[in-house]
Design a protein around this ligand. Sequence first.
Ligand code: NAP
Length: 314
Amino acid sequence: MKTAIPFICNPHYPFVADWIDALQQAMPDEKIVPLHALDAQAKAVCTVAIVANPLPEDLRQLPQLKWVHSVWAGVERLVTDLADTDLKIVRLVDPQLADTMAEAVLAWTLYLHRDMPAYAAQQANRQWLAQDYTRPEDKTVGLLGLGALGEASARRLVDAGFKVRGWSRTRRGVSNVECFAGDAELPAMLAKTDILVCLLPLTAHTKGLLNATMLGHLPGHASLINFARGPIVCDDALRAALESRRIKHAVLDVFSVEPLPPDSWQWGNPHVTVLPHISAPTDRRTASAIVARNIRNYHESGAIPESVDRARGY
Ligand code: NAP
């Protein structure tokens, strides 16, 4: 008989029942349960768990655990929490998620491109004033990260007529995208970027990457969209760049502390648009189908899907 598969998450996570329901529907031959529903015998033989920001001590209750399948795409907290184990971490790679992120990238790029922050400020002052119009083909959007989400976003931006450049660790080839790779090429990539979109994973290497020096490589009128993780951007450097108007506007969906505390400077800054980490929510139905396929394959063949490279950090 098959062992039940636990869904393990942070104790305050509100959507446990919805996830268990979606996962159960996607894999009717398995039994998906919360961790507390596994008895000692089942815990002793469990080799795979489905996770959403679990507490590491909960995972330690499963001595035979070989791998965890996250229902999130970003797994930096798991990578840190499980640094002293050899557990394999499989993250969510879902074309639906990439599509949702690409939509968000296009939406907020257009928001900046069509000067919506300026028109909102003008309306508040009852000011009738046309800003200069630039066509998308005369504007360059730079993507940091050309992975599952970055590549889908790059394609969407190309389709919308923007000039697009992208940066990754290893060199990528995406049609109609000018591709840059590695630290040495980042300043050149930034130098001609009008709207910079961050879609990097948070790793030891990317933490604090967008510091005063890197932001200083952007042209004076550039704007920033951060849809990746808060700590990739140095808050103080960004604040100074916005206040000196070196950077025109920042759309921030992610922050070093979430929810963003009420006394944070970003809330009241006229040059910042604050979003509550909504750029690409996981779709429970498509994510569950992907998790189900991976677990079915594991049960049939013993193969664990491609997992996070611990040395690289993503
Ligand atoms: P991915 O497929 O792993 O792609 C990561 C990209 O970043 C790759 O192109 C990679 O380069 C590049 N990269 C990593 N480290 C780098 C470095 N040191 N220098 C240059 N490039 C580097 O990840 P993804 O699925 O696209 O997701 C990206 C991030 O989005 C996630 O980690 C998560 O934090 C965030 N996210 C946010 C939301 C939200 O709602 N705000 C939702 C989902 C995900 P290579 O191509 O050479 O490997």
